[in-house]
Design a protein around this ligand. Structure first.
Ligand SMILES: [Ca+2]
Length: 393
């Protein structure tokens, strides 16, 4: 099939040459110094399952592109008035879409306004469930918006043809591509993204039944990997199964480094949130282990945080820096691949942060989440911000 490059994560295709040029033009000193934290770190332990790796083609990257990045200055508001926004998705032309969990609306950000594009049918919002993750796929034959949402019988993934032009997009008939993901009031997972292998990755929660996470027959507590139409790829680690990794409690953040390495974040129970390096077929321990366990059966996180400090939802890798949206922690985190972490915009500056994605140039977009029922709503509702990045140091 002829296709244009698949959107990845934030979806903004930015050449490394361009990134270097932007970085070189930026001030070298961030306007706000990070608070360095004593996050526990560990090297990942051996993968439990000796399974073949799907073919992910690494992208050669110049060493200069992997300098650590940090936020610079205050976040710049792009659009306000969002109601429990959950996910940001983009097209290569710069169009930005945001999902709203409880209204089930998909909004397009146009000239600083959030314009309703579509209300997804069959969404049954309850607790942490509702309209959750969005992703885009751009093919020569047309573009699609993908969505993960909570329906009556469980969580599902759908896709919708996307037509129109920037600022005036329209959505066609909804096609369900994946069902059977257990739902509950809490722990619905919900992040979706296309990987560098052009497969769709789906994070699912344990749906408050912890044993789901260790049961291959359940799609709960997993990271799933399916084709763009919901089929099971022939090179998945468990033949015939969409399960890519298991032993997750409530993962809501996935992103890939330029070398193809996949990263994922998940919410801990009461003790440790996690940032994990993802390898196919591996078991990340929940509910046997939360955080660093030292049990060779499971893969330990690269970073763990007390749940009050992080509660990470969306994540994005830019260069060699992982950015994590902190809900309960009410701050943005940065982490290196080696596990060094730092926090930004704490002290209630932004409140809860739900998602972070790649933005234009050297920047990321993030959305706040103070209207999701667990925060303190602020005048003007939740906000889409842009955060500029500069090299650390
Ligand atoms: Ca774990």
């Amino acid at each position: 099939m002829d296709r244009r490059p698949v959107m990845r994560g934030a979806g903004v295709v930015l050449t490394m040459t361009a990134l270097v040029a932007v970085l070189a033009a930026c001030a070298a000193t961030p306007a706000e110094a990070p608070t360095t934290t004593a996050s526990a770190t560990a090297s990942p332990s051996a993968t439990a399952s000796a399974t073949p790796s799907p073919a992910v083609t690494p992208t050669p990257t110049a060493a200069a592109d992997l300098r650590p990045l940090v936020p610079s200055g205050d976040p710049v508001p792009i659009a306000a008035g969002l109601e429990a926004p959950w996910s940001i998705a983009q097209l290569t032309d710069g169009s930005i879409f945001v999902s709203e969990r409880d209204t089930a609306r998909i909004l397009e950000i146009v000239g600083g306004q959030a314009v309703p594009v579509f209300t997804v049918p069959d969404v049954v919002p309850a607790g942490e469930g509702g309209l959750l993750g969005l992703a885009t796929l751009e093919l020569d034959t047309g573009s699609y918006l993908y969505a993960y949402f909570t329906a009556g019988e469980g969580n599902r993934v759908v896709r919708m043809p996307l037509a129109g032009s920037p600022g005036a997009h329209t959505v066609g008939a909804v096609e369900t591509i994946l069902t059977g993901i257990p739902k509950a009031s809490n722990h619905n997972g919900g992040r979706i993204a296309f990987g560098p292998d052009e497969m769709l990755y789906v994070t699912t929660g344990d749906a408050s039944t912890t044993s789901n996470a260790q049961t291959l027959d359940s799609l709960g507590g997993k990271i799933l990997r399916v084709t763009e139409t919901g089929g099971v790829p022939s090179d998945n680690p468990f033949p015939g199964s969409p399960v890519y990794t298991l032993g997750h409690r409530n993962p809501q953040g996935i992103s890939w480094a330029s070398d193809g390495t996949m990263w994922a974040a998940e919410f801990g129970q009461d003790t440790w949130d996690e940032l994990n390096r993802i390898t196919p077929g591996a078991n990340y321990g929940w509910p046997v282990v939360e955080g660093l366990g030292g049990d060779p059966t499971f893969v330990d996180p690269v970073v763990q945080w007390p749940t009050d400090d992080a509660s990470p939802s969306g994540i994005v890798v830019v260069g060699s820096t992982v950015f994590l949206a902190g809900l309960g922690g009410e701050r943005l985190w940065t982490a290196s691949f080696e596990g060094a972490a730092a926090e930004w915009y704490g002290g209630g500056q932004l409140g809860r942060i739900r998602d972070v994605v790649r933005g234009p140039g050297a920047s990321v977009y993030l959305i706040t989440n103070n209207t999701d029922g667990r925060g303190s709503p602020r005048a003007g509702g939740d906000v889409l911000y842009q955060v500029n990045l500069v090299p650390a140091g």
